[in-house]
Ligand binder design. Structure first.
Ligand SMILES: [Zn+2]
Length: 91
């Protein structure tokens, strides 16, 4: 089954959209929020941009979940993910 792309890490990890699936790569809970700067209640008020910064810095959308994440499977890696890693938290 083709999965949906996580709005934070860009990996193809979500079985559905907006159904509170948790991305296993960055631990973002997909509550259906796709505005970069809108706070997400399901993610402790984090917005996607902040969660991305955290993912680049700690390897998880929220630092408290660092131990729960895993590396993406080859099939989950997308151009979005590669681009995100290449931004390296800057620009
Ligand atoms: Zn993710």
């Amino acid at each position: 089954m083709v999965k949906f792309i996580c709005p934070v890490c860009g990996c193809r990890t979500l079985a559905s959209r907006g159904e509170n699936d948790i991305c296993q790569v960055c631990y973002w809970q997909d509550d259906g929020e796709y505005e970069d700067y809108a706070p997400s209640d399901a993610n402790g008020g984090l917005c996607i941009m902040r969660a991305r910064k955290n993912f680049l810095e700690f390897g998880a959308a929220d630092e408290q979940f660092v131990r729960s994440t895993r590396k993406p499977l080859r099939s989950e890696i997308t151009d979005n993910y590669i681009k995100l890693l290449n931004t390296n938290g800057g620009n």
